[in-house]
Design a protein around this ligand. Structure first.
Ligand code: MTE
Ligand code: MO
Length: 434
């Protein structure tokens, strides 16, 4: 199995401090509290701490503007605690993981991608966090995290989360939205309680159709009445065994950008179902119509369309399970190699298992079956490996294709749709043998 350690970020204290409570951090460092008026100057303990963090005295500290984050670590500010992610956008934060950094069977917290639709909350103390379960339940309840832990069975499961828009960058004509390439997918080990147990304790009323999820993140507009995203799932999906309300990730705290201190994990369905910073789940007798549930968000046409084709709004349907897919995590694209190489990666198919992964080194002329592991738990991706012998020096491509338990194989060409969802074409990486 893989190494579960989270690499230590270079300047954890400052970043943790600013991420947790920017006002307090400003006060400590600069002797001023507000973000809009940070004209204080570094002094006393703040100066000493800052000097310790940049690793040297700051002779000209009197000229340092209040609120300034030293350039020595300004660039990593939004990705603190993350390792090697590619930042696509910083407001909201969106960052993906290069495939070769997803080589571990279980994705380390530092390498779990980030997809935010709004601004992450900063007041996320697990001791005071609450989850309200209401709507069409007999007994509406509000739980602390400690309540959840003591009242329900705590389980740990490796579960795959993939953004519905993973692979959007390869759509032609292009689709608007985050230009994810391959790395908006991860399989961490999540610890929490089952959503189904918590809903059952509330007493699910007859006539419930859908869940509705509410998180604590703020809308980009700053309007407190607006939610950035509120998704839900059909009640039957919510009542399955591997849908978790998670309070731990890889044996530690959830990363602040991955929903700390509490989130849903709905494996195999678009990542958007897995509400982060979870505060409320309510049950409804209609399909939930929160932000990003309606219109064309996380929806595809109900029939096959030509690339670029205009599709009427009424013909879009909500994406449920994610399609069969695989990712090569070794070698890295463009790597140099010897003639003998282990091709490794993961394969998954939402709500199903993967039955086979084949690998080709000759542009798809021939395929060899890879060794394929069972999922670590129901909802986890499956690891594959194949030892490939390349005939001579030169340029090669390694391709992988997965086939799921229903016999569905990854396609060669993108099934184009207007919003760029569900790209599950085969992954290829280049290698050069010298
Ligand atoms: N509260 C909240 N939950 C959210 C989101 C969000 O913006 N806010 N983004 C969703 C989307 S679109 C995805 S793909 C997953 C990504 O989870 P991650 O950021 O932990 O990788 O979180 C989902 N849950
Ligand atoms: Mo997503």
């Amino acid at each position: 199995m893989s190494d579960h350690d989270t690499p230590t970020p270079k300047h954890p204290d400052l970043h943790e401090f600013f991420a947790k409570d920017p006002a307090a951090a400003d006060r400590a460092f600069f002797g001023r509290e507000t973000c809009s008026d940070r004209r204080g100057f570094l002094r006393g303990a703040g100066l000493a701490t800052m000097a310790a963090m940049v690793g040297a005295a700051i002779p000209l500290h009197r000229n340092m503007p209040g609120g300034l984050i030293p350039a020595a670590f300004a660039d990593e500010n939004v990705l603190v605690g993350k390792d090697g992610l590619t930042l696509l956008n910083d407001r909201p934060v969106n960052a993906e993981t290069p495939p070769h950094l997803l080589d571990d069977a279980i994705t380390p917290t530092a390498r779990h991608f980030i997809r935010n639709n709004g601004i992450a909350p900063t007041d996320t103390d697990p001791a005071t966090w609450t989850l309200t379960v209401d709507g069409m339940v007999d007994n509406p309840m509000t739980y602390t995290i400690a309540d959840l832990q003591s009242r329900f069975e705590v389980v740990t499961m490796a579960l795959t989360i993939e953004c519905g828009g993973n692979g959007r960058a390869f759509f032609d004509p292009p689709a608007k939205g985050n230009q994810w390439t391959y790395g908006a997918v991860a399989c961490s080990e999540w610890t929490g309680v089952r959503l189904k147990d918590v809903l059952a304790a509330g007493g699910v009323q007859s006539g419930v159709v859908y869940t509705a999820h509410v998180g604590a993140d703020a809308h980009l507009s700053g309007d407190p009445g607006k939610l950035p995203i509120s998704r839900g799932v059909p009640i039957a999906k919510a009542m399955t065994d591997n849908v978790l309300i998670a309070f731990a990730m890889n044996g530690g705290a959830l990363h602040p950008m991955n929903g700390a201190p509490l989130r849903l994990v709905v494996p195999g369905w678009p990542g958007s179902c897995s509400q982060k910073w979870l505060q409320r789940v309510y049950l409804r007798d209609v399909v939930h119509d929160g932000p990003k549930m309606t219109g064309k968000a996380y929806r595809v046409p109900s029939y096959k369309v030509e690339p670029g084709e205009k599709v009427d709004k009424k013909d879009f349907v909500i994406i449920e399970r994610m399609p069969v897919k695989s990712l090569i995590t070794n070698p890295a694209n463009g790597a140099g190699s010897g003639r003998s190489i282990e091709v490794r990666g993961h394969a998954w198919s939402g709500d199903r298992t993967v039955a086979a992964v084949d690998v080709s080194h000759d542009f798809g002329a021939t395929w060899m079956a890879a060794e394929l592991d069972a999922p670590a738990s129901d909802g986890a991706w499956q690891n594959f490996r194949a030892q490939v012998e390349l005939p001579a020096a030169g340029y090669y491509e390694l391709w992988a294709r997965a086939t799921d338990s229903e016999g569905v194989m990854q396609p060669h060409a993108i099934d184009w749709n207007p919003k760029g969802y569900l790209n599950n074409t085969m992954h290829r990486v280049a290698v050069r043998v010298s």
